[in-house]
Write a protein that binds this ligand. Structure first.
Ligand SMILES: C[S@@+](CC[C@H](N)C(=O)[O-])C[C@H]1O[C@@H](n2cnc3c(N)ncnc32)[C@H](O)[C@@H]1O
Length: 257
């Protein structure tokens, strides 16, 4: 049964979370991690332009935010965030999408970044202080157990994070809980072309590189539907990479009725 789809199978939840924390803690401290997929290396502006960010917004960010960013798309660039709204970024890392969303919500709005890696939270807070932003907040915590009240968020964004979670069902349940009725999801994530096997999922380096924790498009859409979301769309952003032929970057959107 080794090749049968096991969408949410992950035997050692805590082990995988610790490996993810170690990998992204190193990235926050400016070190690259020798993973064979090219993931977790400091990012350049050129890469972010390919990922859908524009020159003007990148020019407004501190270099340290750019170097630490490690997403696969631009969830803030799709016109889903409006002035005055409260936005939550799941797995906010160094804060790139929190900072860009903060400009869209303006002074009447608020953006909360949530991340479980202490080094990322510390750097993101330092970056926010440097940028003098008063409408952003970074909280330490796990996306499987969001430390926020039910019905408190207008838009949830996330950039290359859900694929790293060992319990995606919990993540989707939490997203649904904290969103207001009519709230939206704007997610950039890796999506698998085929279900990964148990053995592949147990390859911690590949999981931490945003590869073998990825769900297929069908698994993604049905898991969001099971959590209660409507209007679920998965749109491919780029073709699979040379080093990662089994996943592609996608934009995933959905709405809480
Ligand atoms: C690939 S990086 C992306 C960071 C950021 N979204 C960006 O675009 O630059 C993944 C981030 O998600 C965080 N993360 C992964 N799994 C998490 C979880 N279960 N709960 C909270 N944060 C998590 C990591 O600590 C890391 O900062």
């Amino acid at each position: 049964m080794g090749h049968v789809a096991e969408p949410f199978y992950m035997p050692e939840t805590e082990e995988i979370k610790q490996a993810v924390r170690t990998a992204y803690g190193s990235l926050a401290n400016g070190r690259t991690i020798p993973l064979d997929t090219g993931c977790c290396e400091p990012t350049t502006k050129e890469k972010l332009l390919r990922y859908g960010y524009n020159k003007k917004e990148l020019g407004s960010l501190p270099e340290s935010v750019i170097a630490m960013s490690d997403g696969c798309g631009n969830p803030t660039g799709l016109g889903m965030i409006k002035e005055g709204e409260t936005v939550l970024d799941l797995g906010s890392g160094g804060g790139i999408d929190v900072f860009l969303a903060s400009k869209k919500v303006g002074r009447r709005g608020k953006v909360i970044g949530l991340d479980m890696t202490p080094e990322m939270i510390q750097k993101a807070r330092e970056n926010a202080a440097k940028a003098g932003l008063s409408n952003v907040e970074f909280r330490s915590g796990e996306i499987e157990s969001v430390p926020l009240e039910a019905g408190s968020i207008d838009v949830i964004i996330s950039n290359c994070v859900i694929c790293l979670s060992p319990d995606k069902r919990k993540v989707f349940r939490e997203m649904f809980r904290v969103l207001k009725s009519g709230g939206r999801l704007a997610i950039a994530d890796e999506v698998a072309l085929r279900p990964f096997t148990k053995a592949e999922k147990e390859d911690t380096a590949k999981w931490c590189s945003c590869v073998t924790g990825a769900m297929t498009e069908r698994e993604y859409a049905s898991a969001l539907g099971n959590a209660g979301f409507k209007e679920v769309y998965v749109k491919q952003l780029r073709k699979p990479g040379e080093l990662t032929p089994s996943v592609f970057s996608a934009f995933v959107s959905a709405k809480k009725p």
